[in-house]
Design a protein around this ligand. Sequence first.
Ligand code: SF4
Length: 310
Amino acid sequence: MRKKKCELCPIACTDISICMGFSLADSPIRTYRNYKITHISIEKIGFYHYYPGSSAILVVTSGCNLLCSFCPEHDTVFSFSREKKSLNTLLSRILNLAERMGCHMIAFYCNSILDIDLMKSIREKFGYYKIVTLTNGFISSSHMIDYIKIVDAILLRIFGFSEETYSRITPFPDAYRYAREFIDVAKNNNKFLEVEFYVIPGITKEREFLYFLEFLREVNRDIPLHVRRFRPNFVELERRPTRTEVLLHYYNIARKYLNYVYADLWISPYSDTFCPNGHLLISRFGWKVKKVYIKKGRCPICGVEVPIVA
Ligand code: SF4
């Protein structure tokens, strides 16, 4: 008898799930071997245009289909306890914390495609919660729309814009094509989207970044872009962090292409929001919102409409 494939991501496992999130016998069943649930600010998760100054319950679960060499959450994502937790156990812990904190937003980490059933349960039974996700975009084309429709807001984590770059950080070089497709599908479905791009020393090439910016500008120059600093982690401990001057070089390039660009720095102006005419809309210090100047969705000075959900 032929074994059934898991069709959630392009790897399409038949025997042992590479992501280690599913037990594949005849049907894909999610197993939770580890998880972490915390209450943090939406800015710390990475969103700057979705309810600025609010907070969310962030859920990180075990397993991932991209296996990045510098996964910041590898302690949870790739460490498995013997004890398996059920979806219902996890769900009740998430909701308990959300209730205790008076929080109406639940966020999932960039392996969130593995949590699609959990997100569906929240959507179906507890529809008053907003679901926001980070994602690596490595989702099979047939499931992308399904995923996009369940969630309210998305932050796409992108590590480069070529097979060559992806081949340096993950065993799946063509994952970048899916991340690219994801941007198109999300925008075609009018989904709220922010994007973060990692500048990785010794790997990221300026030419590739320009190509990415041209692509993003073509889709919509109002998509917020976060230029992220690489930090050594997991098996990438030898590589140095991205130097600030390199980060700012990429930030300055991106500003020529897009209306809303941020750099991974705590100080103004890199974490502040300005309208396309240069007027201050939100001042921040790191992940803290100091003041919001927007009036009725518009810049208070020039009146331009701003793509911020608040
Ligand atoms: S996609 Fe996210 S969770 Fe998965 S390995 Fe990469 S950084 Fe970790």
